[in-house]
Write a protein that binds this ligand. Structure first.
Ligand code: IPM
Ligand code: MN
Length: 358
C-alpha cells in the first residue's frame, strides 16, 4: 500500500485535488494498487484554522507518507497587506525547505488541439516539449542576510549558492537530459552575478566528470526569456536557479495555451511533492469551473516519479489527451461547449477505467 498525503490548500485547490484523486482511484482499480490518502491543512486555510500555514501536524503527515499531492495556496486578503505577519506562501517555502524539495521539475508540453489557444502563432508553438529544472530551496529566496536596515530606508536580500546545492539539483537535470535529447541548457546571469558564475563553473565540471555525453549550452536569463517566445521549440532540458526559474516557468506556462494544463514535481531528499503550476484562482473557487487537468497530470507525475508506475502514469496522460481531443474542457480553453471541473474529472477517470478493461 502507498500512502499519499493530500494537501488541498486554498481557493480552487480542494476542487482540483478531488478530481486528481478520482484519477488515482481509477488507476488503483485498473492496476490493482492500494492508495491511502491522508488530508492535511496548508496555506491560508491552515492560517485560518490554526494560525500557521504549515502546521506541525501537516509536516508529520507529509513525513510519514510516500508522496504528497498538493492543490494550491494563496488568498488575496494576504496579498494586499504588506504588514501581514504570516503569509500562506511562507508555509510553502518552509515546506520545501523542511522536506528537502530542492529540485522543481516543470514540463512544458504543447497539445496540437490547443495550438490556436496559445498567444503565440501555431507554427512557433508546434512541437514544443521541454522541461525546466528549477533549484527550489536556495538562492535569493532563502539567502541571508535579508531584511530592513534599522531606519527602515533600505531593504536587502542575498543571493547565495554553494557548489553542493548546485550539484545536487544539476544531477537531476543531467539524468533527464540523458533520457531525452542529451542537451542541457543552463539559464543564468553570469555576465553580472557571482552566483551565476559559480553555477556555470559547477555545471561544467559536473558535466565533464560525470555526464560527458551531455552537451551543455549556456544562456543568459534575459535572452532565454526572449527565446522562449521567439523559438521555444529549441529548448529541451533547462536548468536554473530559484528566482530565474520562478519567472521563466510562469512565462513558459502560458505559451502552451492554458496555465490549467501544466503539472509540476518537487523532489529532493526522499519524498516528492506534486502540484499544478497554477495558483489558487480565488475568483473561481466553489464555482466548479477550474481546470483540473494540471492537478490530474501532477498525479501522473507522482505515480511515475515517486512510485515508478510509468504505465499507470501514461494511462492518465492518455486519458487527458483524449478528453482534450474530444473537447471535454473547462471554460479556460476555447471550445463550443464547456464542461465543469467535476465533469472533466469524471470523464478522465472513466477513460482510465475503460482503456485497460477493454
Ligand atoms: C511558485 C510560486 C511560489 C514561488 C510562491 C507562491 C512562493 O510562485 O511555486 O512558483 O515563488 O516559488
Ligand atoms: Mn511562481
Amino acid at each position: 500500500m502507498k500512502k499519499i498525503a493530500v494537501l488541498p490548500g486554498d481557493g480552487i485547490g480542494p476542487e482540483v485535488v478531488k478530481q486528481a484523486i478520482k484519477a488515482l482511484d481509477a488507476v488503483a482499480e485498473v492496476y490493482n494498487h492500494e492508495f491511502e490518502y491522508k488530508e492535511a491543512l496548508v496555506g491560508a486555510s491552515a492560517i485560518d484554522a490554526v494560525g500557521d500555514p504549515f502546521p506541525a501536524e501537516t509536516q508529520e503527515v507529509c513525513e510519514t507518507s510516500d508522496a504528497i499531492l498538493f492543490g494550491a495556496i494563496g488568498d488575496p486578503k494576504y496579498d494586499n497587506d504588506p504588514k501581514a505577519k504570516v503569509r500562506p506562501e511562507q508555509g510553502l517555502l518552509r515546506m520545501r525547505k523542511v522536506l528537502g524539495l530542492f529540485c522543481n521539475i516543470r514540463p512544458v508540453t504543447s497539445y496540437k488541439i490547443l495550438e490556436n489557444a496559445s498567444p503565440l502563432k501555431p507554427e512557433i508553438i508546434s512541437g514544443v516539449d521541454f522541461v525546466v529544472f528549477r533549484e527550489l530551496t536556495g538562492g535569493i529566496y532563502f539567502g541571508e542576510p535579508r531584511g530592513r536596515s534599522e531606519n527602515g530606508e533600505t531593504a536587502f536580500d542575498s543571493m547565495v549558492y554553494s557548489k553542493e546545492e548546485i550539484k545536487r539539483v544539476s544531477r537531476f537535470a543531467f539524468e533527464a537530459a540523458g533520457r531525452r535529447k542529451k542537451k542541457l541548457t543552463l539559464i543564468d546571469k553570469a555576465n553580472v552575478l557571482a552566483t551565476s558564475r559559480l553555477w556555470r563553473e559547477t555545471v561544467k565540471e559536473l558535466g565533464e566528470a560525470e555526464y560527458p555525453e551531455i552537451e551543455i549550452e549556456y544562456i543568459f536569463v534575459d535572452n532565454a526569456a526572449m527565446q522562449m517566445i521567439q523559438n521555444p521549440a529549441q529548448f529541451d532540458v533547462c536548468l536554473t536557479g530559484n528566482m530565474f526559474g520562478d519567472i521563466i516557468t510562469d512565462e513558459a506556462s502560458v505559451i502552451t495555451g492554458s496555465l490549467g494544463l501544466l503539472p509540476s514535481a518537487s523532489v529532493g531528499n526522499k519524498i516528492g511533492l506534486y502540484e499544478p503550476i497554477h495558483g489558487s484562482f480565488p475568483q473561481g473557487a466553489g464555482k466548479n469551473i477550474a481546470n483540473p487537468v494540471a492537478t490530474i497530470l501532477s498525479a501522473a507525475m507522482l505515480l511515475e516519479t515517486s512510485f515508478g508506475m510509468a504505465e499507470e502514469a501514461k494511462s492518465i496522460r492518455d486519458a487527458v489527451e483524449q478528453t482534450l481531443n474530444e473537447s471535454i474542457v473547462t471554460p479556460d480553453i476555447k471550445a463550443e461547449k464547456h464542461y465543469t471541473t467535476e465533469e472533466v474529472g469524471d470523464a478522465i477517470a472513466e477513460i482510465i477505467k475503460q482503456k485497460v478493461s477493454a
